[in-house]
Ligand binder design. Structure first.
Ligand SMILES: NC(=O)C1=CN([C@@H]2O[C@H](COP(=O)(O)OP(=O)(O)OC[C@H]3O[C@@H](n4cnc5c(N)ncnc54)[C@H](O)[C@@H]3O)[C@@H](O)[C@H]2O)[C@@H](O)CC1
Ligand SMILES: [K+]
Length: 215
């Protein structure tokens, strides 16, 4: 199994982009892999409410794609933006596509949003990925704390939010049952102390050709 650090992953993605597999296409592939994994790991998928938590970066972009494809598969996605609207070009494009296909998109509001957590059968964490560093803010910590107490099955895209690339865990980090690592495992997935946050880690092929990994 391939394990990479932050700068190696950036280089791999750049190599793919230079070969014509655009960052936008990689995001589409990532969202597809997540939607497919979620569909296969939820019993009676079509009857379940799947809450997708999105952040402002490309991890959130993966979440917007996953929501759209979950809907295409016949599922019931609901998007909650927990850190404001998307800021990167590709995430904005996918936010618009999710909106255009009729998915409800709401904004996290402390206290008001907690009943939505209790009503969700599955939760996908697309708040922060490899771009996270530092500490989680108190609102997000309280959200993740409520999620930890819920019975929903929990998925994290790439890295659980609040765990940084190297495996440093900030207070209140997301605790997933499954983490869908994109393309390669990162150092964080290999650390014993992140097990409680990552749960079972699977690695998704997001269409990056083998030769792009020669760095
Ligand atoms: N670059 C690429 O080619 C691809 C990236 N992908 C996804 O993109 C992710 C990385 O995306 P980004 O680099 O946009 O980063 P993220 O989406 O992980 O997060 C970046 C955002 O989080 C904010 N942030 C970081 N630490 C914070 C803190 N402590 N408190 C509050 N806000 C904080 C940053 O200011 C920034 O707005 C990957 O994990 C993966 O999920 C995939 O779409 C596949 C392709
Ligand atoms: K995440």
């Amino acid at each position: 199994m391939r394990v990479v650090n932050a700068s190696q992953m950036k280089q791999i993605e750049k190599n793919a982009n230079d070969m014509g597999i655009t960052y936008y296409q990689m995001m589409e592939n990532a969202g597809m892999c997540v939607a497919d994994f979620v569909r296969k790991n939820i019993k009676d998928f079509e009857t379940k409410i799947i809450l997708i938590l999105t952040g402002t970066g490309n991890n959130g972009g993966d979440g917007f794609v996953a929501a759209r494809i979950i809907k295409k598969f016949g599922g019931n996605p609901l998007i909650m933006m927990v850190d404001g609207p998307p800021k990167t070009i590709d995430a904005i494009k996918n936010f618009n596509k999710a909106k255009d296909c009729g998915i409800e998109i709401i904004t996290f509001e402390k206290d008001k949003s907690i009943p939505i957590i209790w009503g969700s059968d599955a939760i996908i964490d697309a708040v922060y990925g490899t771009g996270f560093h530092g500490e989680l803010n108190d609102n997000i910590k309280s959200l993740f704390s409520a999620i930890s107490d819920s019975d929903a099955i929990k998925f994290a895209i790439d890295i659980p939010s609040g765990v940084d690339y190297s495996g440093e865990i900030s207070d209140g980090a997301f605790k997933a049952d499954f983490t869908i690592a994109l393309d390669s495992l990162k150092n964080a997935h290999m650390k014993e102390n992140t097990f409680e946050n990552c749960g079972r880690v699977v690695c998704a092929d997001i269409g990056i050709p083998e030769e792009c990994h020669k760095i």
